[in-house]
Design a protein around this ligand. Structure first.
Ligand SMILES: Cc1cc2nc3c(=O)[nH]c(=O)nc-3n(C[C@H](O)[C@H](O)[C@H](O)COP(=O)(O)O)c2cc1C
Length: 387
């Protein structure tokens, strides 16, 4: 792993922190770039009011000088504006009188980390679990992914996303390249307007019923160099890294690359991408059913990832649960919550694909400065054209 990162911080704690190691020197980076992506993460019909509270302004406190990375670890801080209302509950130092925290949680929400997290870390107040299991943490993953994305952009690699399903509403139009602002302008970040309207209705109906709804999003990377990753060892396969990165996002329960599960239902003649002679290259692909990865390596075609998000676990009409203090049946805890976060998850997915691809790029090409990296990528492109 060439690009490593860690995040820390609770949902209502003072701040989220991110550290990223492995970004070469000479990459232009500023807080505005981070803010632009942070704002996109708040998008989408069906979010709770937390998004309106947070400004998500990220401070760069390490690894960047005068707008340029210097090869040192990148360090980021994102203050939680909501913390002022939670300062007493989330205080770091012990309370003088030893009084217990307000707003304790003792009834786990089915589908969330509450129950098992409480058992694992021996916490009686499940807030200790939900504060970190919350997807607020993804605000920092998006910031770190934005750094990775800036590196990829320098090499001509771009990443975009869209929502293809919310509950029963599906947008089955094929991917087409439109300006990213056009997709962001859709209330659910879908390409097709009629499908978007049906998706909004799904969210409204779920909200009305005190329920929640999940969906599927698609992330596409273009301009990816040929042969990132490798078939030579299991842990070097590119789809392994991409799959792990997406499965590690909260609430993601399935990941497909290219045809994905759909390939299982097709005959071989309908599932693979045939070659034909190309101009300037020996072979080119007729299709991209593989989604840009074959044999654990990038094919140079767009990488197409789809991820399935389960419905949000916090329901306004709560599910059956048990009060852990008494052992009695009751209704699950209600925490402020989204009804649907699939459009936001799609934006997060862009950062996740950027993180996975930047790692694969640095693995193949290395380089401590952007000049070194750019030269190596250019040399590789010349080699590929000759084969
Ligand atoms: C962008 C985003 C927003 C989310 N918002 C909420 C939320 O408001 N309420 C909630 O209960 N879960 C929310 N989740 C899902 C939980 O974080 C997730 O279900 C939980 O951590 C349990 O993990 P698991 O679903 O991966 O098993 C959100 C997930 C994402 C990706």
């Amino acid at each position: 792993m060439n690009l490593r990162f860690l995040t820390a911080g609770e949902s209502h704690g003072p701040a989220l922190i991110g550290i990223m190691e492995g970004i070469p020197s000479g990459l232009a980076l500023d807080a505005e770039m981070l803010l632009a992506q942070a704002r996109r993460r708040k998008l989408g019909f069906g979010r709770g009011n937390r998004q309106a509270i947070e400004t998500d302004e990220i401070r760069i406190v390490g690894g960047v000088r005068r707008g340029i990375t210097i090869g040192s670890p990148i360090a980021l801080i994102l203050e939680n504006k909501d913390h002022v209302r939670w300062a007493e509950i989330m205080r770091v130092d012990p309370p003088a009188g030893g009084e217990p925290a307000a707003r304790q949680v003792h009834v786990p929400r089915p589908g969330h980390a509450d129950r098992i997290g409480g058992i694992k870390y021996a916490r009686d107040d499940l807030r200790d679990v939900l504060e970190r299991a919350s997807a607020r943490e993804t605000a920092m993953r998006v910031a770190l992914g934005t750094v990775a994305r800036a590196l990829l952009a320098e090499l001509g690699i771009t990443i975009a996303s869209r929502v293809v399903r919310i509950g029963g509403a599906v947008d089955d139009t094929p991917w087409r390249d439109v300006p990213p602002e056009e997709i962001d302008a859709s209330p659910v970040r879908a390409l097709d307007a009629a499908a978007a309207a049906a998706m909004v209705r799904e969210i409204e109906a779920a909200k009305e019923a005190g329920d929640s709804v999940g969906g599927v999003f698609e992330v596409v990377a273009r301009g990816v160099p040929v042969a990132l990753g490798s078939y030579a060892q299991w842990d070097r396969r590119l789809e392994g890294e991409v799959g792990r990165t997406f499965m590690a996002l909260n609430a993601i329960k399935g990941v497909e690359i290219g045809l994905g599960f759909g390939a299982a239902a097709r005959l071989g003649s309908q599932a693979h991408d045939e070659y034909e002679p190309g101009d300037g290259v020996r072979t080119r692909y007729r299709s991209n059913r593989a989604g840009g990865i074959e044999g654990g390596m990038s094919t140079g075609q767009p990488i197409v990832v789809r991820a399935a998000m389960k419905p949000i676990a916090t329901l306004m009409r709560p599910l059956d649960s048990v009060d852990l203090r008494t052992g009695e049946a009751t209704r699950a805890h209600i925490e402020r919550s989204d009804t649907c976060a699939v459009p936001a998850a799609a934006v997060i997915g862009e950062s996740l694909l950027a993180l996975a691809l930047a790692d694969a790029v640095l693995d193949k090409f290395g380089g401590d400065s952007m000049d070194e990296l750019r030269e190596r990528v250019a040399a590789w492109e010349r080699t590929v054209r000759a084969r």
